[in-house]
Design a protein around this ligand. Structure first.
Ligand code: LLP
Length: 463
């Protein structure tokens, strides 16, 4: 590997430009366990390893860029959620964060349920053997064909998202001679402290039925009258990448308030409430996520307290974590291409992927961290921006980070916490091929989603 000399980028705090960073970390080779998958470390040569395999070997065998997923970590996190909520609650993994057949099998084995929100996710879940009664079907605009497929398959619940959908699902279920278990998704009017595009409980957005103005109560009233539906509960999802539990507290308070109204009006106690997903993870060392057992304790206490106050028996709780399970379990491995120092600004480090494998930085201004992976280095920290190979200046993977000043073309770098919403939101922009997902476990590595090929691209191009 040649290390071409290049003028180093700016290094001293007093000359650093504006950005989202603090001072360079004391040791650039250190790996903060908050942001890295559990089995990640460095070997005696300083090479990053995961599940006992070094990344140079992974790059050689599977190429770059690649998402490298720590299977043991995924299973441990899934189990931690399952155990934390115990047998009186259900954990539905949100497949939108990342779904593949291997993931479905792991979830099945670890005793979790699955939330899907499209025909494609449903097909993946069913084809990998997830029992239909452990699947929840979500979405604000499920097509009649998708609804029919879900009802026929016997999904455990469909989460109804609008007045029209209440009628649509009831009609389809009835015409198939079935009674579909449903929850009604409401918006509780909470402003979750997260990026605007991923907040979902305020009223001015497309999801759910507003609690305000008695609309949610009216939705329940209508659903209860329809033979095709069995109303099992109320659903609320307030947003994503949330650290502050107070939004969930307000949501639980308002959902229980609706359960009380339903009891008073109809004389029934709905048996379930779902508080959605949305728990945040650490993308950088500045983030402090909560552990599943703390979250379970907090949510269970809130619901129990609210139900006692309303003199209701406590309903069965369910939650839908996606990011909190898969997010921290994977990193993206890239090869460094061009390294371009801009004097007085920063050094642009171009990698062999970009916004096609991680759109989150461009879309949400998300922050990530990065580490030199193919070796350790004692070189001075250099302020960098990790960018992709796309024809777009917003093609940024890591906006501001420090990497060693001797970084050179051919080095491997790794961006942690890319397990959620990276492969699942990947695109073919510029006809760049989507990277594989490689699962590492017990000293072995295997592809669970293969790299896209030019044949894959051309197969769709039938003109
Ligand atoms: N349940 C429902 C109804 C949801 O809509 C979502 C996420 C989840 C559960 C899972 O949320 P999580 O635990 O993963 O935060 N693409 C965005 C996130 C969008 C989330 C959409 N719904 C991102 O990359 O941050």
């Amino acid at each position: 590997m040649s290390r071409s000399a290049h003028p180093a980028g700016p290094r001293h705090a007093d000359v650093l430009p504006e950005g989202h960073y603090s001072a360079p970390p004391a040791d650039l080779n250190a790996l903060d366990p908050k942001v890295w998958a559990r089995t990640v470390g460095r070997d005696e040569h300083g090479v990053l390893t995961v599940g006992g395999i070094d990344v140079k070997q992974l790059a050689e065998e599977f190429g770059t860029p690649a998402y490298i997923l720590d299977e043991a970590d995924f299973r441990a996190r899934a189990r931690a959620w399952r155990t934390a909520f115990g047998s009186d609650a259900d954990v539905f993994y949100a497949g939108k964060a990342f779904l593949s057949r291997a993931v479905v099998r792991w979830l099945h084995e670890e005793g979790l349920n699955l939330d899907v929100c499209s025909g494609g996710e449903l097909a993946t879940a069913l084809s990998a053997g997830m029992p239909a009664d452990r699947i929840a079907f979500h979405g604000n605009n499920k097509s009649p064909a998708e609804i029919e497929r879900a009802v026929r398959a016997g999904v455990g619940r469909i989460v109804l998202d609008s007045f029209q959908e209440i009628v649509r699902v009831a009609h389809i279920a009835q015409s198939l001679g079935k009674r579909q278990r449903v929850q009604i998704r409401i918006t509780v009017g909470v402003e979750a402290h997260t990026h605007e595009f991923i907040a979902t409980a305020h009223e001015d957005q497309k999801f759910g039925i507003p609690l305000a103005g008695g609309q949610a109560a009216e939705a329940v009233r209508r659903a209860l009258q329809l033979d095709g539906l069995e109303v099992i509960g109320i659903h609320s999802h307030i947003g994503s990448q949330i650290f502050d539990m107070s939004g969930f507290e307000v949501a639980a308070h308002r959902v229980v308030g609706l359960l009380r109204e339903i009891r008073d009006e109809h004389g029934i106690e709905l048996p379930e409430i779902d508080l959605g997903g949305g728990l945040g993870i650490a993308y950088t060392s500045d983030d402090d996520p909560r552990e599943p057992h703390e979250i379970a304790k907090a949510l269970t206490e809130i619901v129990t307290r609210e139900c006692e106050a309303a003199r209701l028996s406590t309903p069965r709780i369910s939650v839908e974590p996606g990011r909190a399970i898969v997010g921290p379990t994977a990193f993206t491995l890239y090869e460094v291409g061009t390294v371009k120092p801009l004097e007085g600004l920063r050094t642009y480090v171009s990698v062999d992927g970009g916004m096609s494998d991680n759109i989150r930085t461009a879309l949400y201004d998300a922050e990530y961290s990065v580490a030199l992976a193919s070796r350790s280095s004692d070189a001075e920290p250099m302020l960098c921006r990790v960018v992709g190979k796309h024809c777009e200046s917003g093609d940024i993977v890591v906006r501001d980070a420090f990497l060693p000043g001797d970084l050179a073309p051919g080095d491997l770098i790794a961006v942690p916490a890319t397990g959620a919403y990276c492969r699942s939101m990947a695109s073919n922009y510029n006809h760049v091929l989507r990277p594989p997902v490689v699962a590492v476990d017990g000293g072995g590595a295997r592809v669970i989603v293969r790299r896209e090929t030019e044949e894959d691209l051309l197969r769709l191009d039938v003109g």
